[in-house]
Structure formats: structure tokens, C-alpha cells
Design a binder for this molecule. Structure first.
Ligand code: OGA
Ligand code: MN
Length: 306
């Protein structure tokens, strides 16, 4: 694809400043999104600090905490404060904790593909995709293994009124067809049923069939609108031929993920991150061969996208 000229000037849309909170300290990460929350242990939150953390999450799209000493049970409890556990389409969870998935790449794994290794929002092929994902680092490489996020609400705000009108009412077909065929193609070479070092168990038919969701989503709590389009699962647009939909989807993918709209996190052991899948995309990197990366993940069940 050729270069695209975008008109990103500081027109007042960039607004990642912090609100004043009583119980937490919040420090913005990039101009586009993200924030560190300091001075709390998520294993011992009062209702007041929890309320401020969810407010900060919706405002900054992803928030992270350093030095969180928590167990699987603590992570489950934090997740349940936001709602029910989300469905996990890829793994069966860890022993004794079915709602906690390990996200793992061993030091000696040499894999073409890793979990989350292209721009995506989590499991949008589901009827009710996860609203929030919570990921905790237990072992991190000395370099690499960062995660990036892109603010898809900010990206929506930078579109022209005409483009917003064009998109309004369109539905995107979210399907795992491409992702699963990549998994299968590379699984045959080495370890069938594995993605990196992870055991994968999927229901191919329902994940490929997927779901049609609004291409512009409205956040159920804040009312904010965001683009719901990405690289991994957005396969087409309802009522359009592939030939018609592809250029529009490609434009939106490039638009959302341009550097100005992103932030990037360097993980440390005991870093805990929360992101809101309804208003941002994220991307993992397969760039730490020779070093183990071990994370634990939970999700909060979302609504049917509106
Ligand atoms: C996820 C994911 C990114 C990472 O857990 O959904 O995409 O960097 N993880 O591990
Ligand atoms: Mn993901």
C-alpha cells in the first residue's frame, strides 16, 4: 500500500490530560492515550478507588499499574468488580482457574505467530465481545515484548463529518477466518494445536461465521464513539462486495493505527494493564526469541456492540 497523507494537526482533539482524583495518582502515557495509575494495590481497592480507576480506564483507554503483587484469585476478584467474566475463544484457562488464560512464549519457542501479534480488538467475532481485558506480567524479557495500543475513539474524532456520515449505519463482519487459517498453516510445521507456547482450543465454525457489528461503536458508559475496525478480524462490510469494502477497511485500519494515535508500554514483572476493547486496538510483538514472556489474562464480558 502506498503512503497515505493524513491531516493530523493539534486541533484540540488530543486530550489525554488527567482528571483530579481523590484516591489515585494518574500520569498520562502518550498524547493519544494511556496512563499509569500509582499509589494503589489492586488487590486491596476501596469502592472509591475502584470507581476512580474505572473512570480513568474509560478516559485513557488503557491504564497500567507497576509492582502489583497479586494472585490468580486477586486478578479474578478485580475482574469481577467490572462484571461477569468474558468468554475466551482460544484457551481453556489455567488449572483451577478456568477464567484465567496464560499468554506465554517460552525462551526456546521459535514461532511465526504469537497470540495478539497484529492490530486487533479482543474476540470481536463473538456476539458479546469482551469489554475489558486485564493482563498481568509474571516474567518479561529484558527487551522486546512491548504492547502497543491505538485510540480508536480519537481516530474517529479526526474523521471528516462526511466520512462519519458514510460510516454511520455500516456493519463490519468480524470473523476469525484469517487468523485461524494462519494458525493452522503454521501449526502443521511444528506443534499442532499450539500458538507460540499456548495450547489452543477453538470452535472453528462459530469463530469463522463470526458476527456483524457496527463499524462505529458507542461506548455504553461514556457515550463516546469509536471505530470498530482492525487488522485481524475485520473481514468485510455488510451489503458490500469484498472489492468495495476492502479499500474502506484498509483506510480505516491505517488511519486508526497511525503513530500519533498510539501508545506503547514496556512491561516489567508485576505490571498489570487494563484496556477497554470497545475504544482501542492493541498489538503484541514477536521480538523476544531467547527470552520467556509469561502473562495472565482475564476478560470482562461486554454488551452486544451498539
Ligand atoms: C491479549 C493480547 C498482547 C500482549 O492478551 O489479548 O493481545 O502483548 N496480548 O501479550
Ligand atoms: Mn488481544
Amino acid at each position: 500500500m502506498g503512503p497515505i497523507i493524513l491531516n493530523i494537526h493539534p486541533t484540540g482533539h488530543f486530550d489525554n490530560h488527567v482528571k483530579e482524583y481523590q484516591h489515585i495518582i494518574v500520569i498520562p502515557l502518550s498524547a493519544a492515550m494511556g496512563a499509569e495509575i500509582k499509589d494503589v494495590q489492586v488487590s486491596a481497592l476501596t469502592d472509591e478507588s475502584f470507581a476512580e480507576i474505572s473512570d480513568a480506564l474509560y478516559r485513557h483507554k488503557m491504564v497500567y499499574f507497576r509492582d502489583q503483587h497479586i494472585s490468580h484469585t486477586d486478578q479474578e476478584n478485580l475482574t469481577r468488580r467490572f462484571g461477569e467474566f468474558g468468554l475466551d475463544a482460544y484457551t481453556e484457562g489455567v488449572k483451577g482457574h478456568p477464567d484465567i488464560q496464560s499468554v506465554l512464549k517460552e525462551a526456546d519457542a521459535r514461532t511465526h505467530m504469537i497470540f495478539g501479534g497484529s492490530w486487533h480488538t479482543d474476540s470481536p467475532f463473538l456476539e458479546r465481545p469482551p469489554a475489558i481485558t486485564i493482563l498481568r506480567a509474571v516474567e518479561t524479557p529484558p527487551f522486546g515484548g512491548d504492547t502497543m495500543w491505538a485510540n480508536s475513539a480519537l481516530a474517529y474524532n479526526f474523521l471528516s463529518k462526511k466520512m462519519k456520515d458514510v460510516l454511520s449505519g455500516l456493519k463490519v463482519h468480524m470473523s476469525a477466518e484469517n487468523v485461524l487459517s494462519e494458525v493452522q498453516k503454521h501449526a502443521q510445521e511444528r506443534d499442532p494445536g499450539k500458538l507460540g507456547s499456548m495450547d489452543i482450543k477453538v470452535n472453528v465454525n462459530s469463530m469463522v461465521e463470526g458476527n456483524f457489528h457496527p463499524i462505529v461503536r458507542t461506548h455504553p458508559v461514556t457515550g463516546e464513539k469509536a471505530l470498530y475496525v482492525e487488522e485481524s478480524y475485520s473481514m468485510g462490510i455488510e451489503g458490500m462486495s469484498e472489492y468495495e469494502a476492502a479499500p474502506l477497511l484498509n483506510f480505516l485500519r491505517e488511519h486508526i493505527t497511525q503513530p500519533a494515535f498510539t501508545c506503547r508500554l514496556r512491561w516489567q514483572k508485576d505490571t498489570l494493564v487494563l484496556w477497554d476493547n470497545r475504544i482501542c486496538l492493541h498489538h503484541a510483538f514477536n521480538d523476544h526469541d531467547g527470552y520467556r514472556r509469561e502473562m495472565y489474562r482475564t476478560t470482562v464480558l461486554g454488551e452486544v456492540p451498539q
